[in-house]
Design a protein around this ligand. Structure first.
Ligand code: MSP
Length: 643
């Protein structure tokens, strides 16, 4: 068992509004990585917090007629409540308004100033208030607006302190070039290299036009410009000023996990400040992608901002965590849709995982009165299950160390499917009928319980509550919180002789129809907007209308005629996550055998309907002209999205 220290951080969030599902996404990733390292036996420090200073917050507080601190106290309490609801296991929560942070920022300012790397000058620049960022003319977008958020910038001119960032340009460039893992993913690394090669300006680090900030220690007229204040948050809670031992243990950080648009601040400005302080640089800056909702960027004006609190209340924290971590490849942008969430809950959680637990516990209850009997000997099938379990543990261990979270989850679920298949292969219900097969049955039951013990640990970083529920239902003697990864690196940890606990449902299936029928917030808004606008040209739809249709490649597994309906075929298709039944009017155009194995395009989110009394969950696309018809088939993997 390793016993390394591991320090991971999220960005500190602006309390300018409530947090949305995109923020929850970032913190959930960090939480799953922190939980994995704790499982692996590392000494973990996981930090998140709030970035509370700056002009924008001051203006918001003024609008409400309250003091900035009163304004942030309220919103930050909501942040903390969200993290509690989402089961985030942060070791500290840093607020930049805390005294302990003020001391750190002022000390850093002093040290860098004494070194000669801070000077007073005049700042004339273009400032984006919402992003708290200065821009040069050249950096603005084609509309002359902020290149990050597209909003107008304003010209400001004032006396200010500057950090000599240009002095460190060569050193940071060399560091990035020499350390390929420093910025991940590679696409972000390349962007940063290009950015530095265009030349680095010195950085304005103080302002006089507002006062909601940490005073510059040598000149109280000035407050420290937010990024200098914000980035240094990573040093405060690990004892930079007051706990040398702790600081040595956790600095440099292993990874600063941040959204793609703030990689620049973390991989250029922050390292330059650290160089000026003669401190080591963080080992990695990981830039994750953005979460969009039903294909569009979240925004108040579109009315599609998804509130994680509402979702957690509706579906539970573990389901949301699972969806965010499974659905999106770290580093890439990903889509959130409530329909896709419900489909994942039904297919992966209620079906695959829930059924495995339920079937196993039921059978142990029924065939062995709940007793775990000792296994003796192994069949070939048993051995293959054991090999697959050990391979899944290995993939988990390696993959999580590299933060390949979505791939790891896929591998764990492949093992869950494998264990479900093991039930079908060994047919315990048949073994139970023959007294001579008692030991064989005991082996099968043992192997299933042991698989579930391993699975419960493997899902712990993603779904901590569900993992523990499984552990308790298995009635494992050890306290779940004390379990480490080593406990599942060898097969056979389930003690024989004990009795299993009480079986309880993990995830109830959610009726899709009800969910689809429920109007979504964004749809309500859209309707209003549509009413206000002149009617669109005949039949014309917007890209948003089109984006509502979820098209996906599926494979036809089975086809059979629908009785008394000569045009209809009942198809069973594989969507990659589940099997669906679809009724299609193509019977006159195809022989059944020619359809099997064909990959076709299915409308995934069509409301289920009954055709001649047979339920159809979707519709496959076909091209028709006159009497001719051909289903649209493609040669792409099952599950590919068609857009
Ligand atoms: N306060 C700064 C960070 C300072 S870190 C020293 C900040 N705050 S923020 O609240 O605007 O954003 C915090 C994080 O949320 C960023 O990493 C940003 O990428 C992330 N997200 C905001 N919207 C997001 C999505 N829609 N999807 C995923 N993450 C997104 O920047």
């Amino acid at each position: 068992m390793s016993n390394n220290s591991f320090y991971i951080t999220t960005p500190i969030y602006y309390p300018s509004a409530k947090l949305h599902i995109g923020h929850a996404y970032c913190t959930t990733i960090a939480d799953s990585v922190a939980r994995y390292h704790r499982l692996a036996g590392d000494d973990v420090f996981f930090l998140t917090g709030s970035d509370e200073h700056g002009q924008k917050i001051q203006e918001k507080a003024e609008e409400q007629g309250i003091k900035p601190i009163e304004y942030v106290d309220k919103i930050v309490a909501e942040f903390q409540n969200l993290w509690k609801m989402l089961n985030i296991s942060n070791d500290d929560f840093l607020r930049t308004s805390q005294k302990r942070h003020e001391k750190v920022v002022q000390e850093i300012f002093r040290r860098v100033y004494d070194k000669g790397d801070i000077y007073k000058g005049a700042y004339k620049g273009l400032y984006c208030t919402p992003c708290e960022s200065f821009w040069t003319e050249l950096q603005l977008d084609e509309n002359g607006c902020c290149p990050d958020c597209g909003r107008p910038v304003k010209e400001v001119a004032e006396e200010a302190y500057f950090f000599k960032m240009s002095k460190y340009a060569d050193r940071i460039l060399k560091h990035i070039e020499d350390n390929p893992d420093f910025i991940q993913p590679v696409s972000r690394r390349n962007e940063m290299i290009n950015f530095i090669k265009q030349g680095l300006d010195d950085l304005c680090i103080s302002r006089t036009s507002f006062d909601w900030g940490i005073p510059v220690p040598i000149d109280e007229k000035h407050v420290i410009y937010v990024w200098f204040d914000a980035l240094t948050n990573y040093l405060t809670p690990i004892g930079f000023l007051d706990d040398k031992e702790k600081f040595q243990k956790f600095w440099p950080a292993n990874v600063h996990l941040v959204g793609k648009e703030i990689v620049r601040f973390h991989s250029i400005i922050w390292p330059c400040i650290l160089m000026a302080l003669d401190l080591p640089l963080p080992k990695q800056i990981y830039g994750h992608g953005w979460l969009v909702v039903d294909g569009s960027k979240m925004s108040k004006s579109l009315g599609n901002v998804v509130d994680p609190v509402e979702l957690i209340n509706k579906y539970g924290a573990d389901a949301i965590r699972y969806f965010l971590l499974r659905e999106i490849n770290l580093g890439q942008d990903g889509n959130f849709s409530e329909l896709a969430l419900v489909q994942r809950i039904n297919a992966d959680l209620a079906n695959d995982l829930g059924n495995l637990l339920h079937r196993t516990l039921n059978m142990v209850g029924k065939f062995q009165q709940g007793e775990v009997l000792a296994p003796q000997g192994k069949s070939e099938i048993d051995q293959s299950l054991i090999n697959d379990a050990m391979a899944a543990v290995k993939t988990f261990d390696q993959g999580m160390a590299e933060m390949k979270i979505s791939n790891v989850i896929k591998a764990v679920w492949a093992f869950i499917s494998r264990a479900n298949k093991y039930i079908d292969e060994t047919a315990p219900w048949a073994l139970a009928k023959e007294a001579a097969k008692k030991q064989e049955l005991a082996n099968v039951m043992y192997n299933l319980l042991e698989s579930l013990r391993i699975i419960s640990v493997l899902i712990a970083p993603f779904m901590p509550t569900t993992a523990e529920k499984i552990w308790l239902q298995l009635n494992m003697p050890e306290k779940f919180a004390d379990v480490r990864l080593d406990a599942i690196k060898t097969w056979g940890g389930t003690p024989a002789g004990m009795h299993i606990g009480e079986a309880q449902q993990l995830f109830p299936r959610i009726e899709l129809e009800k969910e689809e029928a429920a109007p979504q917030k964004s749809e309500k808004k859209d309707t209003k907007k549509a009413e206000a606008k002149p009617a669109a040209a005949d039949g014309e739809i917007t890209i948003d209308d089109f984006a509502k249709v979820k098209l996906q490649v599926v494979e036809i597994l089975e086809a059979e005629p629908v009785p008394k309906a000569d045009k209809l075929l009942k198809l069973i298709v594989d969507t990659g996550t589940e099997k669906r039944q679809v009724v299609s009017g193509i019977a006159k155009h195809y022989e059944v055998k020619d359809l099997i194995g064909k990959k076709v395009i299915l409308v995934m989110n069509l409301k289920p309907a009954k055709l001649r009394g047979v339920e159809s969950q979707g519709m496959i696309l076909a091209a028709t002209k006159g009497d001719e018809l051909e289903v649209v088939s493609v040669d792409m993997p099952v599950g590919s999205v068609v857009r």
